[in-house]
Ligand binder design. Structure first.
Ligand code: ATP
Ligand code: FE2
Length: 318
């Protein structure tokens, strides 16, 4: 069975083709990162412009004919409404033209599904850390549940904000990680409330210290230590609460080596297994949507065109 997946919730339009054994046949994408930040309508225009060529490229790379596809999967939400609308329209048109079932996919769950496929994690506590999301998630009593999450901005967003305030460039993550290697520890705000955490206070504090002349390397190092420790504390509690034995990290912030080191240390102490989604598929891509599409299809979750409206606020626990 062949699934074509279209990802288009935010800055990236990605198209991927995968079979039901998990073999990746093609994976193409185009991202829109304007220097002044993303405007939803402009990103949607970008997606509409590149979609036909990406589709051709994906079919060509997979060495198949469009008729060989069995299902058309698309990211139905959550995300920026103008981007979701373009993606859904493109998917509907393709499904109608090829007369193939249309399958809607939750973007956040597809980050988890692809990470599980590509690692051997079976029933992990998932740490989903990206530009727009910071959640500690686990599957329990037949659904995904959020055990902890950010009360304000996502960790990736916090990192990028901090970098922007200090004129470090975008995306901030890799730059801060590099500077942190030469930094020393300063105590900063650490905000964990129950199982949730928050980042705006931390960003405000490091920005203020930067403006009053603190050493940038020290701020980067200490920012990372505090920001990551908050997430790891919530993850450890979720592990203890659910008695699960595995932790899986995914999302763009999972590229950070210090983060992975801290998380794997915590797992070692608790004798839990640690898994990380391969970075190639940890950011937004069409393959993850195509794979979740297969899982949804096998659970009889297809959509009639009239039922396929976008779901900009669709949560992982809905
Ligand atoms: P979402 O899944 O919420 O739509 P997104 O697509 O915006 O998120 P990703 O591409 O998954 O986000 O991740 C981008 C984020 O990852 C950026 O905020 C970036 O700064 C961060 N990032 C990338 N590399 C690193 C790194 N080495 N250390 C820390 N953060 C990093
Ligand atoms: Fe994403």
């Amino acid at each position: 069975m062949l699934s074509l997946g279209i990802e288009g919730t935010a800055h990236t339009l990605g198209i991927g083709i995968i079979d039901d054994k998990g073999n990746i046949l093609s994976d193409v994408k185009s991202s829109f990162f304007p220097p002044k930040g993303i405007h939803p309508r402009e990103a949607a225009e970008h997606h509409a412009e590149v979609a036909p060529k990406l589709l051709k490229d994906a079919i060509k790379e997979a060495k198949i004919n469009p008729e060989d596809l069995d299902i058309i999967s698309f990211s139905q939400g959550p995300g920026l409404p103008p981007c979701l609308r373009i993606t859904a329209t493109f998917a509907r048109a393709l499904s109608l033209k090829l007369k193939k079932p249309l399958v809607g996919v939750n973007h956040c769950i597809s980050h988890i599904d692809i990470a599980k496929l590509l690692t051997s994690a079976k029933d992990p506590i998932i740490l989903y850390v990206s530009g727009g999301n910071s959640q500690v998630i686990g599957f329990s009593c037949n659904k995904y549940r959020v055990f902890g999450e950010t009360l304000d901005i996502a960790i990736g967003n916090a990192i990028d904000k901090f970098a922007r305030e200090c004129d470090l460039g975008f995306p901030g993550g890799p730059i801060i990680e590099k500077l942190a290697k030469k930094g020393r520890y300063i105590e900063l705000p650490y905000t964990v409330k129950g199982m949730d955490f928050s980042y705006s206070g931390l960003v405000t504090d490091v920005t203020r210290r930067h403006n009053s002349g603190a050493k940038l390397e020290d701020l980067c190092f200490s920012f990372q230590e505090h920001a990551f420790a908050m997430l790891i504390e919530a993850t450890e509690r979720a592990l203890a609460h659910t008695e699960k034995q595995e932790v899986l990290i995914t999302g763009g912030v999972a590229a950070n080596n210090r983060f992975k080191e801290m998380l794997s240390d915590m797992c070692k102490e608790r004798s839990a297994k640690y898994f990380a989604c391969p970075m190639k598929y940890a950011g937004d891509n069409g393959i993850m949507i195509a794979w979740s599409g297969i899982l949804n299809y096998k659970n009889k979750k297809t959509l009639k065109t009239e039922e396929s409206k976008i779901l900009p606020k669709w949560r992982v626990d809905d």
